[in-house]
Design a protein around this ligand. Sequence first.
Ligand code: IMP
Length: 194
Amino acid sequence: MKKLVFATHNAHKLEELRAIIKHFNIVGLTDINCNEEIVEDADTLEGNAKIKADFVTNNFHIDCFADDTGLEVDALDGAPGVYSARYAGEGCSYQDNVNKLLEALKGIENRKARFRTVIALNINGEQHFFEGKVEGIITKEQHGEKGFGYDPIFLPDGFDQTFAEMPMDVKNKISHRGRATQKLVEFLNSMTTK
Ligand code: IMP
């Protein structure tokens, strides 16, 4: 089976992908002994996904894909966007980020936002990008205990539960990452049937 690196140290993300991409041997950064920190200093999601995928392909000469996600809030001109992980500062917690965002939107009626995930795939000497997004609003208060990150304050359009209130399988079907991953999977499947 052809080896394909997913540029992550996150065991949970790897498990998820292994369950749906069956005809590639999906391995993580730890499996290829890539323990250096990859500096994600681009100012777009596409740029950061590309940095991670290219780092692996250039240094380890293996086909690879990498993802990057951000929460884009319209009233904040797209912030926190590519800086979503460290919105409240280096080393901050998910709760710090949630607090900062609720504070920034205090008194603002336009609460429209979207999660966007970009995946960069380097395969057979070519580069491909896949995007997934989910539109919604930022609630005024936190609801739910599930999930992570900004889940307790993100209410996807057409639903009456935040991402932190809905069962994980429901979130995964409609989420930014779920949709980008689905596009990646369709592409990889089509390659093997050509
Ligand atoms: P990453 O690129 O997957 O590491 O995501 C960057 C940041 O976006 C995370 O640290 C979270 O703060 C936020 N984020 C990404 N995906 C989700 C999600 O599904 N729910 C809530 N927050 C998320």
